[in-house]
Design a protein. Structure first.
Length: 255
């Protein structure tokens, strides 16, 4: 009696289990053939929330997490991409930073070229001193070569060629207009001082001390990238060099 009752109970349980499984399969077609899902922290966030689980506790935990708002927010954040506005803002920031960097680099390069220009003028000043020593303390008589007007006087590159040694000294590194190639010099000579006594300089009836009047200077604003009042370098008669023109003198009294 007891044995028959146990067999009937077992058949009843198996039948209920089969009906439950059949009902579950009909409610969710294809679900029973899916592989068991792994833990979300091991396999990533993009798991099917409707997959079956080997461990009931694991399935309950994952379903709870997948239905929570925080999980949805994290998933949305990770799956989202840049919008057009965000991309344009990033491009604009990069462009601004690049502009600032290029400006700084350009000024640094121009500063180096300006230093080389000052070195050229210094060597020209030494060549003029050698010329004065060999010519009774008199400054040379010369005039800049002109492409538009006739010039009877020799140009600086011809007069100072023996004292310079290398005519490339007359080429300013910032001479992008190729003035040196067309006229023989990137620097202009102050022809008002032609033949003057190096110790008693005068021009247009005005006496100048050697530190008050320039002898040679850039023919153009080659160094405009350095800013205002720094575009042109000047070599003064006493040998010092400035990037600012300063003229001061004393008017000679007529006898």
């Amino acid at each position: 009696m007891t044995k028959d009752f146990e067999q009937k109970q077992t058949k009843r349980t198996k039948g209920m289990s089969g009906n439950a499984v059949l009902h579950r399969a009909e409610a969710n077609p294809g679900r029973m053939n899916r592989p068991p899902a792994q833990c979300i922290w091991r396999s990533g966030l993009h798991r099917n929330p409707y997959a079956t689980f080997n461990d009931p506790l694991e399935g309950t935990l994952l379903q709870t997490i997948s239905q929570s708002s925080s999980f949805a927010s994290v998933k949305t954040l990770l799956c989202s991409s840049f919008t057009l506005i965000e991309l344009l803002v990033v491009i604009a920031i990069i462009a601004i930073l690049s502009g600032l960097l290029l400006t700084t680099v350009s000024r640094a390069k121009e500063s180096g070229r300006a230093t080389a220009c000052l070195s050229n003028l210094h060597q020209i000043g030494i060549a003029l001193q050698l010329y004065v020593q060999d010519n009774n303390n008199r400054l040379p008589i010369m005039r800049d070569y002109s492409l538009t007007t006739s010039n009877d006087l020799p140009s600086p590159d011809r007069v100072l060629s023996n004292n310079l040694g290398n005519l490339k000294v007359l080429d300013c590194p910032s001479d992008r207009q190729r003035v040196f190639e067309t006229t023989g010099s990137s620097y202009s000579w102050n022809s008002l001082l032609n033949g003057e006594d190096a110790d008693h300089l005068s021009a247009l009836g005005i006496s100048f001390n050697p530190h008050q009047i320039p002898l040679m200077f850039d023919k153009d604003r080659f160094h405009a990238a350095r800013g205002p009042k720094k575009e042109v370098n000047f070599l003064y008669a006493d040998g010092h060099i400035k990037n600012l023109l300063e003229l001061s003198g004393t008017i000679q009294q007529s006898p």
